[in-house]
Design a binder for this molecule. Sequence first.
Ligand code: SF4
Length: 679
Amino acid sequence: MIEKISPNKIRFGTCTKDCYGSCVFKGIWDDEALEYKLLSTRPLKEHPFTNGFFCPKYKQREKLLYHQKRLKNPIIRTGPKSENKFEKISVKKAFEIIVEKILDIQKGNDPSSILGAFYAGNCGLISQYAPLRFFRKIGATITTGGICNEGGCAGLTELFGTYSTANPFQLINPSTRLIVIWGSNLSESNNHAYYLVKQALKKGTKIVVIDSRCTLIAEKADLFLHIFPSTEQLLVKMIVNELMACDAYDELFLKDYVDSYSSIFTEAAKVEKKRLLSQIGINYQTFQNFVDYLIKFKHQTLFNIGYGVQKDFYGGRIVKSIALIQIILGNIGKPGTGIIYSQSDFLKPVLRPIQTYITQNEKNSKIKKIPIIKLGSALSSEKYKMLFIYNFNPASSLPNQNLLRKALLNKDLFIVVLDMFLNETTKYADIVIPAKFDLESHDIVSPFYIPSLSINIGGPCPYQNCMSNYEFFQQLAWKIGYEDLFFQESEETIFDNCLKMLPLKIQEYIDLQGYYLLFDNNSVPFNNLEFPTSNYRIQARGPHFKFGKNELKRKFNKKKNEFLLITPSHYYFLHSQFGQLNTKYLEVFSKIFLTSEDIKALDLVIGSEVLVSNEYGNEVYILAESPNLKPGTALIYSGLSSTLKKNPNVNNFIPDDPEELGYSGAYNSAIVKITKVKS
Ligand code: SF4
C-alpha cells in the first residue's frame, strides 16, 4: 500500500470534499521536510472516473495544506461572538477548559444538553463517525439527516425500495443512445461525469438537457428544455399524457414489474397543454421533440438527475415524478437505461457493520438526535449548553441564517469548533481546535456518485497541535477519565480494522490500487427487475403530480418585483469550501443575477445596489445580468466561502422548513423581493 522511493513516499489519497468526484490520487510526500511535506498529488489515470484529472477548484491541495492562514494552535475567544477575535492557548489549557465545561454539565445531570453537530465537510467515514464514540459515551445529542440530496433519495426509495438503481458507467455504454441530463450542471459540478458524457457525444449518443439554467452542457446538447424552476412535475405529467396518446409506454413491463401503475395514467389523463406549457416555459415544438426522442430511443435512454431539482419543499416528489418517465417506458434494468441519482445505497450492506464498529453503536444503542436542518430552532430553545461542531460550517451553509446566528450568539452556549481555517462558524466559537486535513488522516471514503470504496493514507502533519476529529475526541475522553477499550484504538488501528471487515476481494483491490469499483462499464444493476420493496415490484402509488397547498399560486402568481431564488454552488467553490484558494472569485458572492429583461422591466441598472428581501432577511447586493436564467428567476451563489470579504450570505433568505419526504434543505424554494436602494 505504501511504496517507498527514497526519500519520498507515495500514499494513496481520495478527495473527501463532498463532491461527485471523490477523485483518487497518489500523494508524493517528503516526510522529513520541516513543513511542506506533501510535494504533489497525481490524480489516478487508471481510475475510470478520476481519469487522471482534478477539477479546477481544487488542483492545488499543497497550497491549502500549508496555507499561511491555516490554524496551527487552539485559540480562545477574546472579542465578542460574531467576530473572529481570538488568542492562542496551549492544547493542555484548551482541554482543561472543555473538560471543566463537560463535567459541570454532567453534574447538572443533563448530558443530552451537549450537542454534536457534524456533516459531510470531510466525507471520510472515520472522520465523520468516529467522534460518535465520544458522544455516545457521554450521552450527548447529535445531529442527524442531511441538507443535500435526501429528498430525492426518499422519493426514489418510495418507488424502488432504494434510491440507487443504476450504474453511472452506463453513460458510456454503447447501448445508451439517449442521455437525459435533468437539472444537473455537469460541466461545473460533476466534471468527471461531464467528461464521460462528452465521450458519449463523440460516439453519437443524443443528449437532452432539462434545466432552469442554460449551462455549458445545455449548449452542447441536441435538445435543451429551458424550464422554469420547480415545474418538473408539470412537464412529466404532459409527457406521460403524450406517451399514453401515442401508445408508447411499455405495457408488458408495467404489468410484470410495477404495482399501481394505472394511478400514473389516471392522474395524467387530462392536461391543459397550453396552460402547462406556459407555466413550464417551453414551446410545443420543443416539448414534442423531446417526446419523439423518448419514443425513438425507448429502452436505450439513461437519465442523470441532479440534486438542485429536489432542493424544493416538494423535492422528493419532483425526483419521483421524473423517474416515472423511465418506468412507464420500461427503461429500467436493461443496458443503456436507468436513473442515475445517488449511488451510495449500493454499498450500505458492506458499510453497515463498519459504521457500527466505527461508532461503537452496539455498545450503547440509544443516542438523542435532532435533524440537522433544524439546528437553528433547536438551539433557540436554549436547552443546549454546549455545542461541538466538526466537518461543518453551519453559519454559512444552513438555511435561515438569521435564526441560527441569533441562537449561536447565546452567551450560555459554549461552542467548540474544529476546523482548518477561521470561517463564518468560528465567529461564534468560544474555542477553536486546529484540525488536520483529510490528507493527514487515515480514512475510508464511500463516494455517492460512483459506487466504490477508496482510501486515504494519512501523511504526517507538520503542526504538532493539529488533531483529526477522532484524535480530538479520543483525547477528550482520556482527559475526562474514560478507560473504555475503544478509546485506546488509534485512528490507524480503526482504519486497519475497517479494511479487515471488508470482503477479501475488496481488501486486495484497495491494497493494490487504492480503490475498489462495484461495477464495470457493462454492469446493469437490478437486471432481474427485483427491487428491495415488500413484494420486489416497483411501487407506483400516487399522488404523483400534486404540489402542496398554494404552491402553484406561490410560484406562478408572483408580483413583478418578486423572484424565485436559485442558489447553486459556483464553479470555483464547493458551497463554503475553497475560499482560501480561489480568492479572486469571491466577489461573485455579493452579486444577484437576473435576466436583462427583468432588469429593464424593474428599471434597474446593472452594477447598482439593490435590496433583496423576504420574511427571513434582507441584504444589499450588486445587480448583475445573466443570459442563462428564465425570467422571474434570481440567482445568488450558495454559501460564503471565506471571511476575507464582507459578503452577504444567500442562506439568509432560505426557509428552514425542510423538504417534505427526506427532510433535507429546500434551498431553491425561496421567493425574494428586489427593490432599488434609495440613495
Ligand atoms: S473537489 Fe471533486 S472534482 Fe475536485 S478534486 Fe475533489 S473530488 Fe475531484
